[in-house]
Ligand binder design. Structure first.
Ligand code: SAM
Length: 226
């Protein structure tokens, strides 16, 4: 058993590593950095990291546990620091996180090692270039289908078409709208119409969101591939 002091020391070491990655990101990443004011976009109570969007609270608000099980293969598109991916990894057989910003993937991998999780794998890649060698039962697209950093090259249709191609029959797309669509819901209507062509809508709800501060809620969908 590790005593309290040793566990505090290990957590401190992890924090040092994570903050070093944030520093490298600030120096070298030329695109917009989400939540730079706080350091972290995703928060994670388990490792005492405060971010704009708390992982545990998000997971609870999504009420998705009933759709997850130990025989499912999952993908998290634009996984950011991977905290949500790592949290979900405990409920599925395995999960892949794909993220274009390499500094965020360094954070995800150090956190994965600290938590001794083997069922999550992170790839430094755009979703556009990502070539999986399996089909997924569950795909997470959280605040990601159109990113304000300009790094999403797919149109919404191309994005959804790639998802449907790599999603297993009857697979689930767990979707949270990106900020601008939540701010002006009429912007989301054509996207929703297109999603309905490809998916059956299992749930359509509003969830709370703390970031950005002018967007207090987002559209949340659970969709099943037709
Ligand atoms: C608004 S954040 C959402 C992060 C995460 N999905 C969540 O909800 O906590 C968007 C993320 O997508 C990443 N990103 C932007 N364009 C991408 C692309 N083409 N492929 C993969 N990741 C991308 C950004 O670096 C950022 O981490």
């Amino acid at each position: 058993m590790i005593d309290i002091k040793e566990s505090d020391y290990k957590l401190k070491q992890l924090h040092n590593k994570l903050y070093q990655h944030l520093e490298s990101q600030a120096k070298n990443w030329k695109s917009f950095i989400f939540a730079q004011d706080k350091g972290f976009y995703q928060g994670f109570d388990e490792i005492k990291i405060d971010g704009w969007r708390n992982t545990e609270k998000r997971f609870d608000s999504y009420k998705i546990e009933k759709h997850l099980s130990k025989n499912k293969h999952a993908l998290d598109i634009g996984c950011n620091t991977g905290f949500f991916t790592l949290y979900v990894s405990r409920f599925v057989q395995n999960i892949i996180g794909v993220e274009i910003n390499p500094y965020l993937i360094d954070i995800a991998n150090d956190t994965k090692d600290y938590l001794q999780i083997s069922s999550a794998i992170f790839y430094k890649s755009s979703f556009e270039d990502f070539v999986p060698n399996e089909k997924f039962d569950i795909i997470f697209s959280l605040a990601n289908d159109e990113t304000i950093d300009g790094n999403t090259k797919f149109t919404f249709k191309e994005y959804v078409e790639k998802i449907t191609k790599i999603l297993a029959n009857k697979g689930l797309l767990i979707f949270e709208s990106q900020a601008a669509d939540a701010y002006d819901k009429s912007k989301f209507e054509p996207k929703f119409e297109f999603l309905k062509e490809k998916f059956n809508v299992i749930e359509n709800r509003i969830v709370l969101s703390e970031y950005p501060v002018n967007v207090p809620e987002r559209i949340f969908l659970i969709l099943e591939k037709k």
